[in-house]
Write a protein that binds this ligand. Structure first.
Ligand code: SF4
Length: 467
């Protein structure tokens, strides 16, 4: 026989929380409650959720205030890059100011329609089997108001995401309702990025794209077997089909000449988790490259796979903690493919398919191909300049521009802002070499080492893109 009991504790203070827990525990033991619904006030909510996490049968039901919902969304959210327009490649005194590094990329807040998911991904707090989560589902109007407020506060836009509430189509309809409200009722014209659920109906994708600037479906794993292992309800088909459809709709809208044609989102992105499948970095980069080519993705975002606490339905999954430095290296490698025209095979060849924590992929490639160096900066083409460690898209463009006015010397390089610390080992200026004469490549490795797993060795987005 099942017993369900409701307990209402609205005015309790912190001291009383342990009393609640004791009482809950004794209820389990004495009347064999199957489930206990605990209503709580905001003050004790976090404490209860934390302490009760071991009691799988407790379902915490709540009547959350709007402030609390926003707070929860913020806790649940990570920031998503909103815009990443290409670096523009535009005389000696002004070149340094004209060809600039990219500004820090804008970040937009992510807000959730619902965190009440029917899917059961092992790594996600919103998974269906997580009985201890706080569940909320917003009303589209309510969420639109939050979205516009957040977008106006942040000044750069908003990302509307959601867990899969009831089913993919229903959730997408709620998101479309929110998007319509943002555009039509609140008149917000800024940047809006909307998440598309795996398996969403094609027509609903089209409708979402009419109101959003960017759409995204997360690929999640680098190998299709990975869905069974960590995201049992997701399949390659229910992710790639919407991705393919979005790509077609973006292309079709871009080729539309009529000014009266309905507008459609102009970009799509995806997110890929590294570390869940023992996959190599080469496998990840090859998949990313294929998706860039096939689905015209604007960006692939990489996240580390983390599995620390057992999730129901994943009895055989061992705890995994992917180091965050791997994401930095993947971002560097990704930019090498997209901005520098490197291939996945060049970045992570057969004999070295994993990126290294102590050396960046471009420096690693240069050391493997040391016979190509030093490169003469006065004659090298743009593509070869980009292959010099320490010279990225910004500095290569400055050098090309400066060559119209003078011979490039080491002093000119410095005046253009090029750091010679790394680059001097790989270039000559009018035949002059100022690098170390290294006997073997291990010396080059030690000169270029930047161990990302060492404390304090952080990489900024600009550093990733401009080296
Ligand atoms: S579908 Fe998304 S929200 Fe739902 S459990 Fe999986 S990762 Fe979490």
């Amino acid at each position: 026989m099942k017993y369900v009991m409701g307990i209402k504790y609205n005015q309790l203070k912190r001291d009383s929380t342990s009393c609640i827990l004791q009482e809950v525990e004794s209820l389990f033991n004495t009347i064999y409650c199957k489930k206990i619904f605990v209503r709580y006030n905001e003050y004790i909510s976090n404490f209860i959720a934390k302490e009760c996490s071991c009691m799988a049968n407790i379902i915490i039901k709540n009547d959350l205030t709007m402030e609390k919902k926003i707070d929860l969304m913020r806790q649940d959210s990570i920031f998503d890059v909103a815009d990443d327009d290409s670096v523009c490649i535009p005389d000696l005194s002004s070149i340094k100011n004209e060809v600039k590094s990219k500004k820090n990329l804008p970040k937009v807040p992510k807000i959730f329609m619902s965190n009440e998911c029917i899917f059961n991904c092992a790594y996600c707090e919103c998974r269906a089997s997580n009985d201890t989560r706080y569940c909320y589902t917003n009303d589209p109007k309510e969420l639109a108001q939050i979205a516009v407020d957040e977008a106006n506060k942040n000044g750069q836009g908003v990302f509307i995401s959601s867990a899969i509430f009831k089913n993919a189509d229903y959730t997408t309809e709620l998101i479309i309702g929110t998007l319509k409200c943002i555009r039509n009722d609140f008149g917000y014209k800024g940047y809006v990025h909307a998440k598309i659920m795996p398996g969403t109906d094609m027509e609903l994708i089209r409708q979402a794209g009419l109101y959003a600037n960017r759409l995204s479906v997360n690929i999640e794993v680098a190998k299709s077997e990975g869905y069974k292992k960590i995201a049992m309800n997701k399949t390659k088909e229910n992710i790639l089909t919407p991705m393919r459809h979005i790509s077609r709709l973006i292309k079709s809208a871009a080729s539309e000449k009529s000014r009266y044609a309905p507008r459609f989102a102009t970009s799509q992105i995806t997110q890929l988790m590294a570390g869940s499948m023992d996959e190599s970095d080469y496998e990840i980069l090859r998949l990313s490259k294929a998706m860039y080519n096939k689905y015209d993705l604007k960006r692939v975002y990489y996240t580390p796979f983390q599995y620390k606490h057992p999730a129901k339905g994943y009895a055989n999954l061992e705890p995994i903690s992917t180091p965050s430095w791997r994401m930095k290296r993947l971002y560097q490698a990704d930019r090498l493919m997209q901005l520098y025209d490197f291939t996945p095979e060049e970045i992570a060849p057969d004999f070295a398919p994993h990126l290294e924590s102590d050396i960046d992929p471009k420096a690693a490639w240069a050391i493997r191909n040391i016979h190509l160096y030093p490169i003469e900066v006065n004659t090298a083409d743009y593509e070869m300049l980009l292959r010099i460690p320490g010279i990225g898209v910004t500095y290569a463009a400055r050098i090309i521009k400066a060559r119209k006015y003078c011979k490039i010397s080491h002093e000119v390089l410095k005046a253009l802002g090029v750091s010679l610390k790394r680059s001097r080992h790989f270039l000559t200026c009018d035949g002059k070499y100022q690098g170390e004469k290294c006997e073997n490549i291990e010396v080059y490795r030690s000169l270029l080492a930047f161990p990302l797993d060492a404390p304090g060795n952080a990489l900024t987005v600009n550093a990733i893109e401009d080296d």
